[in-house]
Design a protein around this ligand. Structure first.
Ligand code: SF4
Length: 335
């Protein structure tokens, strides 16, 4: 493995200007960050490690990441990584997904507190009970679970989905009745786009669920020309106001390919940061919320994770195999 060149403090300072956050990214802070980035790059070679990062991570994490993407892209990437160590800058279920798909690698999560309120809204036992109940009414029932679930939940589902492939995968299932867990908002969005009967679980992402139509209408009133791009974890009345409903990587593609110059980005704030850094010639207004779990991963914890090899993800093999079946089925159906 060759060592990636670390940016100088000045280069970092200049590249962060589009973020419009001079109070955080001061010359002194960029000097400290540049030294930490250089240390991480050195350790990645020593450990034979790669860093995978979700689109909602902090801007400085993007600087050390070998790959940045949405849940589907990260799951696909995890199947092909041949480094010995994967440091996962994202939340727990994402690191688990990498371990499920690539069990021979050591997968590290820099901070074990980085969970997910949506993943916590369903557990395997309650899901088994609900499945049994519904199967009496719908014998053909299949269970589609959002990738934002624990390995135990994935192991008792028929197939996984992400926000970018949920509609296509539900459509492709050989059944008319689908229990969709755990995001009720994404389930409603899928139901809008299929004739199948989608039965929603009662869960949501606290970050997206708090965004209201009034907030979007208020921006539209002042900036009628902006393109409004919305994540499908938002409420239905918010989705109705969107020019496009897209996964995080779908939003990046849309912003790159669109002739429009100004966008209102309705999802977690990390995605707006990535867009501001990658497309400084376009304007992105933030109607975003911070995910406290995603922001628990810091560059210092990432360095510590590589130094001390912490915190490795461990899974019971029977659970891992069951979860892998659901994930592989998703990957096959979305290929
Ligand atoms: S943004 Fe929502 S779904 Fe994503 S990790 Fe945070 S709480 Fe979970």
């Amino acid at each position: 493995m060759t060592q990636a060149a670390a940016p100088s403090a000045q280069e970092l300072y200049e590249s962060f200007i589009p973020l419009g956050d001079p109070a955080t990214y001061t010359p002194e802070a960029c000097d400290r960050l540049a030294r930490t980035i250089a240390e991480i790059n050195e350790l990645k070679v020593v450990r034979r490690a790669v860093i995978l990062a979700h689109n909602y991570q902090r801007p400085e994490i993007f600087e050390v990441a070998d790959f940045v993407g949405d849940s589907l892209e990260l799951a696909q990437k995890a199947t092909t990584v041949d480094a010995e160590v994967i440091v996962f800058c994202g939340v727990h279920f994402m690191a688990e997904t990498a371990k499920i798909l690539n069990p021979k690698r050591t997968v590290l999560l820099p901070d074990l507190r980085a969970g997910c309120s949506l993943a916590d809204s369903v557990d395997a036992d309650s899901l088994e009970d609900r499945k049994e109940e519904l199967k009496k009414l719908y014998p053909d029932l299949q269970v589609a679970c959002y990738v934002n679930t624990t390995a135990e939940v994935k192991a008792v589902c028929d197939v996984c989905v992400t926000s970018s492939n949920a509609i296509r995968i539900v459509e492709s299932l050989p059944t008319n009745n689908v229990l969709f867990v755990p995001d009720e908002n994404l389930a409603a969005h899928v139901q809008e786009n299929t004739k199948k009967n989608v039965i929603a679980w009662n869960g949501n992402c606290y970050v997206h669920h708090q965004i209201t139509p009034e907030q979007i209408e208020n921006v539209r009133k002042h900036l009628p020309h902006v393109k409004v791009i919305v994540h499908p974890e938002c409420r239905s009345d918010v989705l109705q106001l969107a020019d496009a409903v897209l996964s995080t990587s779908g939003m990046i593609k849309y912003a790159k390919e669109s002739d429009a110059q100004e966008f209102l980005v309705v999802t977690e704030c990390g995605l707006s940061d990535r867009l501001l850094l990658e497309l400084p010639e376009k304007k992105f207004y933030k109607s975003c919320k911070l995910c406290a779990y995603m922001k628990m991963i810091t560059i210092d914890d990432t360095l510590r994770s590589l130094k001390e090899m912490r915190h490795p993800i461990e899974l019971e093999e029977s659970v891992r195999v069951g979860a892998e079946r659901s994930l592989r089925r998703m990957l096959e159906l979305s290929a």
